[in-house]
Design a protein around this ligand. Structure first.
Ligand SMILES: [Zn+2]
Length: 135
């Protein structure tokens, strides 16, 4: 049996709720209570108004491909077996953009503007990584 050697998420104080939600197959993003700005990636202060009054909200888990690249030579040996694979910048329905892999049999046919939806990749030990697949 092939061993899963892909890296598992490492949570910090700012991102722990994100990874905990992912374990429940929920994609969450940050919302500023002061200016209502939604943002990703998780951080301690609002990137728009610097307020620390932030909350977590559920994202729909849908979006479009803003940009992507096909990785054909892995930068880390853990990813060698996966090449070629797609790394994409996803623009979420709610506005923020996030980097993720496009998974699925048709991933290499991805185009800018494609509709995508979140899927959760098992990284072992209960850890799930939000990724995307073509919708
Ligand atoms: Zn704000």
């Amino acid at each position: 049996m092939e061993q899963n050697t892909l890296p598992t998420p490492v949570a910090n104080a700012d991102s722990k709720p994100y990874w905990d939600a992912a374990r429940e197959r929920r994609l969450v993003i940050r919302k500023c209570k002061a200016c209502s700005q939604l943002h990703f990636m998780p951080r301690h202060l609002c990137p728009q108004c610097w307020s620390d009054q932030l909350e977590w909200v559920d994202a729909k888990g849908t979006g479009t491909v803003h940009s992507f690249t096909v990785v054909r030579r892995a930068s880390d040996p853990a990813f060698t077996a996966l090449v070629p694979y797609v790394v994409a910048l996803i623009e979420l329905e709610e506005g923020p953009r996030m980097m993720a892999n496009i998974l699925g049999a048709d991933a290499l046919e991805v185009k800018i503007g494609d509709r995508v939806k979140v899927t959760f990749e098992d990284r072992g030990d209960g850890a799930l990584l939000p990724q995307f697949q073509r919708a």
